[in-house]
Design a protein around this ligand. Structure first.
Ligand code: EPS
Length: 390
């Protein structure tokens, strides 16, 4: 499967075309809209989220609620577009009209794509960069992820994202009973955190950052349960499931690092404290006593839950000024920015869930794929059986 996204943050709409989704999969617009609404929530979001009410329109590839196997087109309209029709319109305008609007951006924000993107593409108006580099694009990645989640749900694979840390406040209690328990509790939390005490402290930290005109980042985690063994491969670098997942997580705006299981902690431990001992019983087949490697060995799923974490830096659009250089005058300046989120980590946990779901669904469809969802399901079930009987 593959998908492309298109659309600018303040343009008319965001679009994704998803190709390769197996036929016969039940998809409801409401399921996609549920995921879009989850992404819009979260303590620390700015005023833009009050303007938008993201809804996906399904424009192709689905008939009478079921996928046809043909490309699926999903569109999410930007409500804010009505304020930007002149600034963001596709039709040509004169230089006078452009300078009258006074919307050109010549002052790059440190930490954003503005300056490098402007130099690379030759844009003197950096709006041409920021409109596409904006995290608004993650809307349709979540829509594509919602389709992937439907595939996985059909195959008995569950995916849940949550927040582990914001602005240095760490969740202490992460001992959830089941993935459903994790989902239920985090869905009620304004910061999508299982530990409600830490969640309150995270909100306080967000409020404090906002008051100071600053922003804060954090760590999100995604868990995948119900994986068949051997998804991905050790035989070639570009077939390794962990490398695909790492790339997907790092492709989320503002993400700077990724780890699996105990992750970077492995550097200070002995091998005997890192590797998971193998056990077998009739009911579950081969499992591991622990899951320090986060469900992945040799670039393949082990059948244990996949545990992947990503770190998001604080959003670089700040009310608090940082020094930069005006590209027209080359003069230094320190200007404040009008509108931004002070923390988007809770929303990013929904995006992380979506991109992880996409990579897993893609790998599963590639490995067990026969163009029809029910035939894929049969093959996945055979693999579960094999891992018990092997
Ligand atoms: C973003 C800047 C803000 C955020 C936006 C991401 O938008 P605006 O420039 O319109 O105030 O609200 O996030 C979204 C619009 C969204 O849907 O998540 C940025 O520069 O990345």
């Amino acid at each position: 499967m593959r998908y492309l996204t298109a659309g600018e943050s303040h343009g008319p709409q965001l679009t994704t075309i998803i190709e390769g989704v197996p036929a016969g999969l039940y998809i409801e617009q409401d399921d996609i809209n549920y995921e879009l609404a989850r992404r819009q929530k979260g303590h620390g979001r700015g005023r833009r989220m009050q303007i938008e009410k993201d809804q996906a329109k399904v424009l192709s590839g689905v008939r009478h609620g079921k996928t046809l196997g043909s490309p699926i087109t999903l569109v999410v309209e930007n409500n804010d577009w009505k304020h930007w029709t002149k600034v963001m319109g596709a039709e040509p305008i004169t230089e006078e009209e452009e300078s009258e609007m006074k919307r050109q951006i010549s002052r790059p924000r440190p930490g954003h794509a503005d300056l490098n993107g402007a130099i690379k593409y030759g844009h003197r108006d950096m709006r041409n960069v920021l409109e596409r580099s904006s995290a608004r694009e993650t809307t349709v990645r979540v829509a594509a992820g919602a389709v992937a989640k439907q595939i996985l749900a059909h195959l008995g694979i569950k995916v849940a994202g949550h927040v582990l840390e914001i602005g240095g406040v760490k969740a202490a209690d992460t001992a959830y009973e089941s993935i459903e328990d994790l989902q239920k509790v985090t869905e009620q939390s304004p910061v999508r955190c299982y530990d409600s005490e830490a969640g309150q402290k995270m909100m306080d930290a967000i409020d404090e950052a906002k008051k100071n005109g600053d922003s804060i980042g954090g760590i999100v985690e995604v868990i995948v349960e119900g994986m068949p063994v051997g998804v991905g491969s050790y035989v070639h670098y570009d077939r390794k499931l962990d490398s695909k997942l790492a790339g997907a997580v790092l492709s989320i705006n503002a993400f700077k690092g990724v780890e699996f299981g105990i992750g970077f902690e492995a550097a200070s431990k002995n091998g005997s404290e890192v590797h998971d001992e193998i056990i077998w019983d009739e009911e579950k087949g081969y499992t591991r006593k622990t899951n320090r490697l986060g469900g992945l060995e040799g670039g393949m799923s082990t059948g244990m839950p996949i545990v992947v974490r990503g770190v998001m830096k604080p959003i670089p659009t700040l009310y608090k000024p940082l020094q930069s250089v005006d590209i027209e005058t080359k003069e230094p300046f320190s200007a404040s920015i009008e509108r931004s989120d002070s923390c988007a980590v809770p929303a990013a946990s929904v995006v992380a869930e979506a991109v992880v779901a996409w990579e897993i669904a893609n790998a599963v469809v590639e490995q067990f794929g026969l163009d029809q969802i029910d035939r894929i399901k049969e093959n996945v079930e055979k693999m579960h059986q094999l891992q018990r009987e092997f």
